[in-house]
Design a binder for this molecule. Structure first.
Ligand code: CS2
Length: 489
C-alpha cells in the first residue's frame, strides 16, 4: 500500500477531507513542544481550520523533547496524518496539513533553539503533560532540584526540559534584539499560563536577572482550557485507518468529535484566527478551567483508578457499568457546587454531556493510560475540590473514594493479585511507602497523605478527609472497587 504523503493526497478517497489551502506556500509560525496525539488532534486541527478560513504563516513545527518516534513517522509523510473522529454514529476522516516538520530536541538542541529564536516564530505552544513542567504540583513552583532543571542549568545551550528550552530560545531573541513570542500552555494545569510564566521567569532568574525581568514584561503567557478526548494511538488504529483511507499512515490520531478551547486573548505577535473556527477567546479562563479540570479530569482520574481495579479496560466500559455511572453522578454532585459556571453553561448539562462522551463506545481510552502520573494530576483534579468542600462543611465521600482508589492503585497489585504497571514520576517513592505499610489501610493512607508535593501541608491534618480516606481504602482492600463504589449508594 502507498504511504500517505504530499504526493498521494490527491488519490485519497473522496470521503477523506484534505487541506483546502495551498500547503506548499505554508510557512511556519508556531513551534509546538510535545507533539503527541493530543496536540495533533486539537491545536493542529484548530489551526488547520483557521488556515482554511484565512491563510497565513501559521504552520506548525513540532518538537519532541524525548524520542524521535514522532518525527520518524511524520517526516516520510511530509508531516501529514489522518485525524479519525469517532462519533457513536460513525467515523469522520480528515488529513491534517498544518504540521510542517518535527524536530527532536535531544538529537539537535541547537536547531530547536534556533527555531524558537527565528523571527518566523510567533507562538510557542506546549503539551508536555503535567510532569513536563518540573514543578511542584501542590504549589506550582519550579523544582530547582529536579534532575532536568539541574541538567539545564549546567547545559543552557542543550536544555532538556520544556522550561529550559523556552528560556534558551528567549535568551537568544533578547540578545539579538528580537521581540518575544507568546508561550501558549495547552496542558491540564490550573492557571496554566500564570504557572508557566512563573516557571520560565524563575528558571531564567537562576542565572540572569535581566532576562527574567524581560520575560516578565515582554513574553505573553495566555491561560487556556483545552478539551478533546484523544487516546494514545494503537496498532489496531493504524490498521483501521489504512483500511479507511486506502494508504498507510504511521501516525493517525483517533479522537472524539467534541472539542473545546478557551483562550485568554493576550498574544504579543498575533495568532491564527482560531476564534473564527470555534475557539472561545475570553478574558477569564478560570471558570472554564475549573469546570473542565474538576468535572472532566477529576471524574476521569477517579473512574480510571476504580475502573482499572474493577477490571475495566476502558473508560467506555467503566462508565457503562451502572455502579460506576452512579458513582460519577454522586461525584459530580459534590464537584458542581465548587465550580463557577462559565457564562451560558448549565453545569448539570455539562455533566450529562460528559457521561455520554465517556460512554462513547467507539473511543477506546484505556483506564491505565489515564491512571498514569496521578501524583501530578490529583492536586488540580480532586484535591482543590476537596479543600473547598471541607471549607463549606460539605460531604466529600465520592471525592475521597477517588483518592483512595489512587492509593490502592499505586500499591502496584490489582484485586486479583496481578502486578500493575504504575507509571508516575514518584513511582519509586510510592512503592517504598506502600511496601512499608503493607495492607494496613490506615498506615498506608497516612503515609501517602504525608507527601507534601501532592497533598500540601494542610490535608494530612484534616480528619474529615483522612478518616473517610482510610475507611474507603480499607473497603477497597476488603471488598474491592466495585462493591465499595456500590456501597456509596
Ligand atoms: C485524561 C485527559 O489522560 C488523562 O489524564 O484525563 O487526557 C483527557 O482525556 C483530556 O484532558 C480531555 O480533554
Amino acid at each position: 500500500m502507498t504511504r500517505l504523503c504530499a504526493a498521494t493526497l490527491a488519490s485519497l478517497p473522496a470521503t477523506v477531507r484534505r487541506p483546502a489551502y495551498d500547503r506548499s506556500a505554508l510557512k511556519p509560525g508556531i513551534v509546538h513542544l510535545g507533539l503527541g496525539a493530543f496536540a495533533r488532534g486539537h491545536l493542529a486541527e484548530y489551526t488547520e481550520d483557521a488556515l482554511e478560513q484565512r491563510f497565513g504563516a501559521w504552520g506548525i513545527v513540532g518538537a519532541s523533547l524525548q524520542r524521535p518516534d514522532q518525527r520518524d513517522r511524520l517526516q516520510p509523510q511530509d508531516g501529514l496524518y489522518t485525524l479519525l473522529k469517532l462519533a457513536p454514529t460513525g467515523p469522520e476522516l480528515r488529513v491534517i496539513g498544518s504540521v510542517l516538520d518535527v524536530l527532536v530536541a535531544p538529537e539537535n538542541p541547537a536547531a530547536l533553539i534556533a527555531r524558537l529564536a527565528s523571527p518566523e516564530t510567533r507562538i510557542v505552544s506546549l503539551t508536555v503533560t503535567e510532569k513536563g513542567y518540573c514543578h511542584d504540583p501542590a504549589t506550582g513552583k519550579l523544582k530547582t532540584d529536579h534532575p532536568d532543571i539541574l541538567h539545564d542549568l549546567e547545559n543552557p545551550d542543550a536544555p532538556s526540559s520544556a522550561v529550559g528550552i523556552l528560556v534558551a530560545g528567549l535568551r537568544v531573541r533578547r540578545a539579538e534584539g528580537r521581540g518575544a513570542f507568546t508561550a501558549l500552555c495547552c496542558d491540564n494545569l490550573p492557571s496554566n499560563g500564570h504557572v508557566l510564566r512563573g516557571l520560565v521567569r524563575d528558571f531564567a532568574a537562576l542565572t540572569d536577572d535581566k532576562l527574567a525581568a524581560w520575560i516578565e514584561t515582554d513574553v505573553a503567557f495566555p491561560a487556556t482550557m483545552v478539551d478533546r478526548i484523544v487516546p494514545a494511538t494503537t496498532e489496531a488504529d493504524i490498521t483501521e485507518v489504512a483500511k479507511l483511507i486506502g494508504q498507510d499512515d504511521a501516525a493517525p490520531v483517533i479522537g472524539e468529535p467534541f472539542r473545546q478551547w478557551a483562550i485568554e486573548d493576550v498574544f504579543v505577535e498575533g495568532r491564527p484566527e482560531w476564534d473564527k473556527v470555534g475557539a472561545q477567546m475570553v478574558s477569564e479562563v478560570a471558570p472554564f478551567e475549573f469546570m473542565k479540570l474538576r468535572m472532566l479530569n477529576g471524574a476521569h482520574s477517579s473512574l480510571a483508578y476504580l475502573g482499572y481495579l474493577a477490571g475495566h479496560e476502558t473508560v467506555a466500559e467503566a462508565s457503562g457499568d451502572p455502579v460506576f455511572a452512579r458513582f460519577l453522578q454522586g461525584l459530580w454532585a459534590e464537584i458542581i457546587p465548587t465550580v463557577p459556571a462559565p457564562q451560558g453553561v448549565v453545569l448539570e448539562d455539562y455533566a450529562k454531556a460528559l457521561l455520554s462522551r465517556f460512554q462513547n463506545p467507539a473511543i477506546r481510552h484505556r483506564t491505565w493510560q489515564i491512571a498514569m502520573d496521578g501524583s501530578q494530576k490529583l492536586p488540580q483534579r480532586l484535591l482543590g475540590t476537596i479543600r473547598e468542600r471541607l471549607k463549606d462543611g460539605a460531604p466529600i465521600d465520592h471525592l475521597a473514594l477517588g483518592v483512595a482508589a489512587w492509593i490502592r492503585y499505586v500499591t502496584g497489585t490489582d484485586e486479583k493479585g496481578g502486578a500493575i504497571d504504575v507509571r508516575d514520576p514518584l513511582a519509586a517513592e510510592l512503592k517504598r511507602r506502600a511496601e512499608a505499610a503493607g495492607s494496613n489501610a490506615e498506615a498506608l493512607s497516612t503515609s501517602l497523605l504525608g507527601i507534601e508535593a501532592i497533598f500540601g501541608a494542610d490535608l494530612p491534618g484534616e480528619e474529615r478527609f483522612s478518616k473517610p480516606l482510610a475507611a474507603h481504602l480499607a473497603s477497597l482492600f476488603g471488598k474491592g472497587a466495585r462493591a465499595t463504589a456500590a456501597s456509596l449508594g
